[in-house]
Design a protein around this ligand. Structure first.
Ligand code: GRF
Length: 194
């Protein structure tokens, strides 16, 4: 059995994807250990959930830094302490600059609530409904310096129904995100050893 991969997860809020990944690590479904859950917002609910599971948590509040570069330098200080093989962005609501992305290139992945390349950025569900799309979904992709544009690792779609609101659709999409993220990370880890 290959050595467990070290995984850091960056969050900004609820952290339901982080929890799904944590459960997959605990059950052995994912051959990884979470070495750090880091939030850029001190009051992210996911921090408390992670701490309850006994995971190491940290806050690097972007508001404490004058520039993106200084914020990211502090992210690197935290990450260098735990030396992750993978960094999973899970509802992390800061855009990461080119130097950070290059530093962690091929180790940095993100989940985005649309069928990329459709709808990078925010308000994906409202935009899909507005456009009259018949399906929506989520994508896990490698992070590059272009927003939500890196190579897709895995995607899963859900239907859009005529009465859907953005909120209803968001609930349907988050329902498939958790398993999708675990599957994509399994794929990442497997390719590491192939
Ligand atoms: C998810 O919809 C994810 O795709 C997006 O932000 C949301 C995070 O949800 N990037 P959670 O914090 O994992 O519950």
């Amino acid at each position: 059995m290959a050595a467990k991969q070290k995984l850091a997860i960056l969050i900004s809020g609820r952290g339901s994807n982080m929890l799904a990944i944590a459960h997959a690590c605990a059950s052995g479904e994912l051959n990884a250990n979470i070495v750090l859950v880091l939030s850029n917002t001190p009051d992210a609910a996911g921090l408390e959930s992670a701490a309850k599971l006994g995971l190491k948590t940290a806050v690097v509040d972007h508001k404490d830094f004058a520039s993106r570069a200084e914020f990211e330098q502090q992210l690197n200080v935290q990450l260098d302490e735990v030396r992750p093989n993978w960094i999973a962005l899970a509802g992390f609501m800061r855009i990461l600059g080119g130097a950070f992305v290059t530093r962690w290139s091929n180790k940095l992945v993100n989940i985005h609530p649309s069928l990329l390349p459709a709808y990078p950025g925010l308000n994906t569900h409202a935009r899909a409904i507005e456009a009259g799309d018949k399906k929506a979904g989520a994508s896990v992709h490698y992070v590059t310096s272009e927003l939500d544009a890196g190579p897709v690792i895995a995607q899963h779609s859900v239907p859009i129904y005529p009465q859907d609101t953005a909120q209803i659709l968001a609930t349907r999409v988050i329902g498939i995100e958790h398993a999708l993220y675990v599957k994509a990370l399994q794929q990442c880890i497997a390719t590491q050893y192939s």
